[in-house]
Design a protein around this ligand. Structure first.
Ligand code: ATP
Length: 239
């Protein structure tokens, strides 16, 4: 579904991404972890053709994302608040995205209903511009915006950050249900190893722009990740 081929990006002669080969098959829930500055957002920005690679390419359904924009029709994403239109109210923003993607008013109403627990009483009918919402609520608006089009591919950068604990739990349920129901290909980054382990079938660790671990989820995944990020706590896992 998404193929990364010999992809490299540097800033000021410093390599920030260097991935020879990475394939994310259709329907996989793919978690991306790594310390600050490891290159997670850079990878997502390259997949979404928001920045230009120095070398290599990203293919979505075998077509280079920087050569053809077909992928935009089936890809939903939210990386940061730059994706929002902050002088709109949430409903105006959602309608804008719905209109672009041919989602009807009725369908949008159904999605509002599906997301009512996640939104709480904080997002809809507030008569407030997106810029005036808290960081966590802006994140909820962005995540919902990415999902409205019912994409085949969903890319979210640190979706759990800034959310309160109840919303984090609800988001995990939403993502797992979407993944299962729609055979969604899901790319999610997070600093929270527990969360990422709960929503991913596969977890890749980036370090200094390189893939240093590529794990298929199992009962040992969390322990392996904790061992990697904090070797002092590493415990031998009996097989
Ligand atoms: N526009 C830019 N100009 C210069 N350096 C950049 C630019 N964008 C990213 N970088 C650098 O690239 C490296 C990777 O950044 P990136 O944001 O991809 O990391 P990250 O893994 O998402 O980090 P974090 O977990 O802190 O969000 C960092 O060293 C960052 O400073």
């Amino acid at each position: 579904m998404i193929n990364i081929d010999n992809l490299g990006k540097s800033y000021n002669a410093v390599k920030v991404l260097d991935i020879e080969q990475l394939e994310i098959p259709q329907g996989q829930s793919f978690g991306l972890v790594g310390n600050n500055g490891a290159g997670k957002t850079t990878l997502f920005r390259l997949i979404l053709d928001l920045i230009e690679a120095d070398r290599g390419q990203v293919l979505s359904k075998d077509i280079a994302v920087n050569k053809d924009s077909q992928w935009k029709k089936y890809t939903g994403s939210f990386l940061d608040e730059g994706f929002l239109i902050d002088f709109l109210k949430p409903e105006e923003y959602f309608k804008f995205i719905a209109d672009i993607n041919g989602v009807t008013k009725e369908e949008l109403k159904v999605y509002y209903n599906d997301f009512s627990d996640f939104f709480g009483d904080e997002i809809l009918n507030k008569n407030k511009y997106i810029r005036d919402f808290s960081k966590g609520n802006q994140k909820k608006i962005g995540i919902f915006g990415a999902i409205i089009s019912q994409p085949e591919v969903l890319i979210l950068d640190e979706p759990f950050a800034n959310l309160d604990p109840s919303s984090q739990i609800r988001l995990k349920t939403i993502l797992n249900e979407l993944h299962k129901k729609n055979n969604l290909t899901m790319l999610i980054s997070s600093h929270d190893l527990n969360h990422i382990a709960e929503v991913s079938q596969r977890i890749v660790v980036l370090e200094k722009g390189q893939v240093v671990k590529d794990l298929l989820a199992s009962s040992n995944t969390l322990g392996e990740l904790e061992g990697y990020f904090n070797p002092a706590t590493s415990v031998e896992v009996e097989s």
